[in-house]
Design a protein around this ligand. Structure first.
Ligand code: HEM
Length: 511
């Protein structure tokens, strides 16, 4: 194959050039760089059986905490410590607010017409504002989001009860995904899915396909022209199924839209679109201001993508750690028994009274961050990180895994210990290290942080109030090693949910 010969030639020439470059003095300000060859960049140094976040942490030993590498022709800086991470995200947040364009994210987002992978621009800011406003409309303080989550928690508990009654060990993954999907569906479309709904099954399938293929910095993103590979084909199929589904919801919504009622996020976006269309001063039309149908659909798609997989994955990690640590589970249950009791379900207003549960959630987010590399950022102008200069266009990866496992910041970082987030007498919460950023920080901070925290609290407290979770007899404890994709996922596992004493006949009111 001619391209193989070309590639070999490039590699050989590159090896020679790189040897020469090594001899030449480097600019004093540049971060240490992994060896790089033209075309393939640092690929040879990145070959490892470890997932990228673990490998990037390891490479600190040789190159220091902040170093650079080449992904194909793109320069990438890896940041492994909190001082530099905060400089990027907070101090110079606007300068580093760009996102890289890749083949997979462009396929997913119709060329960046969404929030998470969209360029830092007035359109991006406008969409963030609309979504933020819509989330606040349902947000903390207002009763409806709490009601939606509690209804889903109730239905989750009913499924666990049924399984418990017949001694069935469950794979909680589809159940948790449905519960979290329904919260997002209610927010976006004012609708939800019943168990066994074929449309929901379709959604599960395409979501997994997207998680497995997007933004892995896989070969297809580095060399799209050489590797029109199976990953990309799978992603295109999944995106096409997702788009049909979103389009159907969108058309239904448009058909019965009214200016006078705002039912959900899609109504908020449609209202903004209509007011632009009706505004005589809007010379540029909805496309130019970022309110085309494509933009609206991609923003809603984003909230699904960012809101379902992340929260579900944290819940799966939480359950995995709880069945590894029955003592932690018991302690949460004792706290629930004494502060909430069994006459009612936990509510958001109980959060301040359940510090051990909150500390456990924080510890899960620390030890297994679902986005261990955040989403890559891009420098929008020439700038610096610490003593190192950074050129415009450089990609910056914050290795949250390194921040959360830094043994200068955390005692025994590999140990699951919710107590590290409690004050000395265990009565209040604290953040013991500045090296903790599970939702990112600054201008690109997670848009769903407060929603996600409400969901984690209400789902976990409702389940643990009623059930004790354990590994089914004859099964091994789930592995705590994650599978790296767009989120860091735990492996599949089954659990037994056993009704706690006194709960066999109790069906207390939810929220
Ligand atoms: C526990 C669950 C969640 C975790 C741990 C999480 C974490 C994150 C992280 C680390 C980022 C990247 C920040 C950066 O690149 O600097 C992010 C971005 C984002 N998240 Fe979340 N997230 C969660 C749930 C949610 C939910 C429920 C929603 C939607 C309602 C959401 C919407 C978004 C969006 C839209 C972005 C992109 C923000 C931007 O680029 O401007 N996330 N999230």
């Amino acid at each position: 194959m001619p391209w193989v010969l070309c590639l070999c030639m490039f590699v050989l020439v590159g090896l020679a050039l790189s040897a020469l470059l090594k001899m030449a003095p480097r600019g004093p300000q540049e971060p240490p760089c992994l060896p790089a060859l033209p075309l393939i960049g640092s690929l040879l140094s990145l070959h490892s059986s470890d997932p990228p976040h673990v490998l990037f942490k390891e490479l600190q030993r040789k190159y220091g905490q902040t170093y650079s590498l080449m992904m194909g022709s793109h320069s990438v800086i890896i940041v492994n410590q909190h001082i530099h991470a905060k400089e990027v995200l907070l101090k110079k947040g606007k300068t580093f607010a760009g996102r890289p364009r890749t083949v997979t994210t462009d396929t997913l987002t119709r060329d960046g017409k969404d929030i998470a992978f969209g360029d830092y621009s007035p359109t991006w800011r406008f969409h963030r504002k609309i979504v933020h406003g819509a989330l606040c409309m349902f947000g903390e303080g207002s009763a409806s989001i709490e009601k939606i989550i509690c209804a889903e928690a109730h239905s989750l508990c009913s499924i666990l009860s049924e399984a418990s009654a017949v001694g069935l060990a469950l794979d909680l993954s589809p159940e948790l995904t449905r519960a979290v999907t329904n919260v997002i569906c209610s927010l976006c479309f004012n609708s939800s899915y019943c168990r066994g709904d074929p449309e929901f099954e379709t959604m599960l399938n395409y979501s997994q396909g997207i998680v497995d293929t997007v933004a892995k910095d896989s070969l297809v993103d580095i060399f799209p022209w050489i590797f029109p590979n199976a990953d990309l084909q799978l992603l295109k199929q999944c995106v096409s199924v997702r788009d049909q589904l979103l389009q159907r919801k969108y058309d239904e919504h448009k058909a019965d839209y009214s200016d006078h009622v705002q039912r959900d996020l899609l109504d908020a976006l449609l209202r903004a679109q209509r007011s632009t269309e009706n505004n005589n001063t809007a010379e540029f039309g909805t496309e130019a201001v970022g309110l085309s149908d494509d933009h609206l659909l991609m923003t809603v798609g984003d909230i699904f993508g960012a809101g379902v997989e992340t929260t579900t994955t944290v819940l799966k990690w939480a359950v995995a750690y709880l069945i590894h640590h029955p003592q932690t589970q018991r302690q949460i249950q004792e706290e629930l028994d004494s502060k909430v009791g069994s006459e009612r379900s936990p509510q958001l207003s109980d959060r301040g009274n359940l510090p051990y549960l909150e500390a456990t959630i924080r510890e899960v987010l620390r030890i297994r961050p679902v986005a261990p590399l955040l989403i890559p950022h891009v420098a929008l102008s020439d700038t610096s990180i610490g003593e190192f200069s950074v050129r415009k266009g450089t990609r910056v990866i914050i290795n949250l895994w390194s921040l959360h496992h830094d043994n200068k910041e955390w005692t025994n970082p590999e140990l699951f210990d919710p107590g590290r987030f409690l004050n000395s007498d265990g009565s209040g919460l604290m953040i013991p290290s500045p090296s903790y950023l599970p939702f990112g920080a600054g201008i690109r901070v997670c848009l769903g942080e407060s929603l996600a925290k409400m969901e984690l609290f209400l789902f976990l407290s409702s389940v643990l109030q009623r059930f004790t979770l354990s590994v089914p007899p004859g099964h091994c404890l789930p592995s705590l090693e994650g599978k790296f994709g767009v989120v860091l996922q735990p492996p599949k596992y089954r659990v037994n949910a056993t009704l706690r004493p006194g709960w066999e006949t109790n069906s207390c009111q939810m929220c």
